[in-house]
Design a binder for this molecule. Structure first.
Ligand code: G6P
Length: 634
């Protein structure tokens, strides 16, 4: 899993590869590497330089500065370790035994063990624990056979060798291959992992995602599943799985915001938390203009047919997106009256519920690149298409912060949350953007179905309009309060987060944020469930963060907090100030708003508390260990 980038053209490849990889670090940062081929005028073939460094891209950049990586042809990789530890030996590119072929790959070759055994039996020595390393060895074998068949060394020879290897690989891959004997040729291929060709000025590129291409290419050609392409300075040859030449027009590459600016903040995450009032403001301006009809109180880019006849909603998501989905499900069910279920995308792929008719399937992924979410959506579309009855036909919506992502190429309807570039691995403003998307959908569904009165709908839209300003003061206040509190809890080993109803997912999100960036063990629980197990963990050293927002479960949550207090736990309350909330040892006050919109506020202290604890511990907040912003393997 990982990000790949490749280029062939007329200028030095290394700086371009580095710049491309910088935009792919969200796919992993365990190690990075590149290979370039420098054409030697005196000889037919080139000279291959391969540099790999454990850790972040900055280490690779230093290595390039020191050693140089000349050549106009190159491939690069940033890794999130799957097979083999994040050591230099497992970093990509991987080479064949002669060191003449180099390969970078994103994905997992599922039959790599069997392939490796066969190759080892034939005398091949492996230098890494990766699944990828089988690929250069297999290509080398095919090239050898092609030479024996009498074919002259040419670019088509490398293409043919790769085409012969691909059917032997099981699993998902996006890969780029170069060979010293063809110093102007790059072969790229994809199956179930994204890969886009970029058309630059005097060069052709290829990358896992558009931001890596945005500085160099004006147009792109997304590769389709099973395709393989030969890229040379003269052009592109694209072939489908059967080997038939494909002709498609490239599309304009637009709307990719790839400028990451920390402004004056210490970390991207803190900046992104502070940008949330802006995220809210943008959403309100775009989607809640005055004068909308009563049956469509929120301006969304869908016509009547989108809403018509939906009887059930299924939401597929991972990580923080799944927590936003749980809030969304609460709104869609409790406010709009539509039965809604949320699934871990990785579970849904292999244990989907029986097909229900007239179902809207929502894929929720801020990056639009999470492999499990994309695959779960594809699986669901396929089983619905195969059903035959039109009531079961796929109706899919993608909700994302990246309207130009793989998700957008896969599903017919896209809702752009418009939160702007998010760099911190821990999602913050995109979570808020996802919540807003669900307010929009729930209000429109409720209005159309008549499940809520006009007055109720009006009152929520009015409340949503005032969120940006309220968030402005909230973020400022909590930045200070959380920093103070962080000093007290920075050495804590375990924290319990409690919430109920619409704020139960916020307790889950609070626990996830803390785990992700501070490496402190945390559990999120529905407050009423604490007495069935987690209460046994409580003692004076285990703080309990309790989200108590006025509404149907307010008193219940306060009682659950009392139960924790009776076991000497230190209580941190996320609740409005008032006599009811005096029981908390520390109060992180939030405004008294309607319960429906309360998650938009209760999540802010969760984010800031985690941030300040991690920052206080001196951790790498923006790129925490072992994580990636988007997980692009299964
Ligand atoms: C990774 C990230 C999480 C994120 C999840 C889903 O695990 O570390 O922060 O929530 O992927 O990402 P997505 O892009 O699908 O929302």
């Amino acid at each position: 899993m990982c990000g790949i980038v490749a280029v062939v053209g007329s200028r030095e490849a290394a700086p371009l590869l580095l710049e491309g990889l910088r935009h792919l670090e969200y796919r992993g940062y365990d190690s990075a590497g590149l290979a370039t081929v420098h054409s030697l005028v005196s000889e037919d073939q080139g000279q291959l330089t391969c540099l790999r460094a454990k850790g972040k891209l900055i280490n690779l950049a230093a290595m390039i500065d020191q050693n140089g990586a000349p050549g106009n042809l190159g491939i690069g990789h940033t890794r999130w370790a799957t097979h083999g530890k994040p050591e230099e030996c497992n970093a990509h590119p991987h080479r064949d035994s002669s060191g003449c072929i180099a390969v970078v790959q994103n994905g997992i070759i599922e039959n790599h063990r069997a392939l490796r055994e066969t190759l080892e039996a034939a005398g091949v020595e492996f230098l890494s624990e990766t699944d990828t390393e089988v690929i250069p060895h297999l290509i080398a074998k095919e090239l050898h056979l092609l030479k024996l068949e009498g074919l002259p060394v040419c670019e088509a020879m490398l293409l043919t060798a790769v085409q012969r290897v691909l059917p032997k690989l099981k699993g998902a891959y996006a890969l780029a291959v170069l060979w010293v004997e063809t110093p102007s040729a790059l072969v790229v291929a994809r199956r179930q992992a994204p890969l886009l060709i970029g058309l630059g000025e005097g060069e052709f590129l290829c990358a896992s995602d558009t931001p890596a291409l945005a500085s160099f290419a004006r147009t792109i050609l997304p590769m389709e599943d099973g395709e393989v392409a030969l890229l040379t300075p003269l052009g592109i040859e694209l072939y489908n799985q059967k080997g038939d030449r494909q002709k498609r027009s490239p599309s304009l590459l637009s709307g990719v915001n790839h400028v990451a600016d920390k402004r004056n903040f210490r970390h991207f995450m803190l900046k992104e938390i502070h940008e949330q009032p802006e995220t809210a403001e943008l959403w309100v301006t775009r989607h809640l203009p005055e004068g909308l009809p009563a049956d469509a109180p929120v301006a969304l880019p869908f016509d009547d047919s989108f809403y018509f006849g939906i009887e059930r909603i299924e939401i597929l998501a991972c990580g923080t997106s799944r927590h936003a989905a749980l809030v969304g499900a609460y709104l869609l069910e409790q406010f709009a009256g539509i039965p809604t279920a949320v699934f871990y995308a990785s579970e849904f792929r292999y244990a989907a519920p029986p097909l229900a008719p007239n179902t809207l399937t929502i894929g929720l992924t801020q990056s639009g690149e999470t492999a499990d979410t994309l695959a779960a959506l594809a699986m669901d579309a396929e089983r619905r298409e195969n059903h035959g009855d039109s009531a079961f036909a796929p109706r899919q919506l993608g909700v994302t912060n990246r309207p130009e992502s793989s998700l957008a190429r896969q599903v017919p309807n896209i809702l752009d949350i418009g939160a702007g570039l998010e760099v911190g691995v821990a999602a913050t403003k995109t979570f808020l953007g996802q919540l807003f998307a669900f307010y929009g959908l729930s209000l429109n569904f409720a209005a159309r179905r008549g499940t809520r009165s006009k007055e109720e709908i009006f009152s929520i839209t009015q409340e949503l309009r005032s969120v940006p300003n309220q968030l402005r003061s909230l973020v400022k206040m909590h930045d200070k309060l959380s920093e103070e509190l962080a000093h007290k809890f920075a050495d804590t080993k375990d924290v319990i987060f409690l919430g109920r109803g619409i704020n139960y997912p916020i307790a889950l999100e609070g626990a996830l944020k803390l785990k992700e960036i501070s490496y402190i063990h945390a559990e999120g629980y529905p407050a009423g469930e604490m007495k069935h197990g987690p209460i046994a963990l409580l003692d004076p050293k285990v703080p309990v963060v309790s989200i108590a927002m006025p509404g149907v479960v307010f008193e219940k949550v306060l009682s659950n907090a009392q139960e924790a207090k009776a076991r000497d736990a230190q209580l941190i309350g996320v609740a409005p100030e008032g006599p009811d909330t005096n029981l908390f040892d520390y109060l992180l006050p939030v405004p008294k708003v309607s319960e429906w919109i309360s998650p938009l506020f209760s999540v802010v202290p969760m984010q800031l508390l985690s941030y300040h604890i991690a920052a206080h511990r001196g951790l790498d907040v923006d790129q925490p260990r072992n994580l990636a912003k988007s997980v692009t393997v299964e």
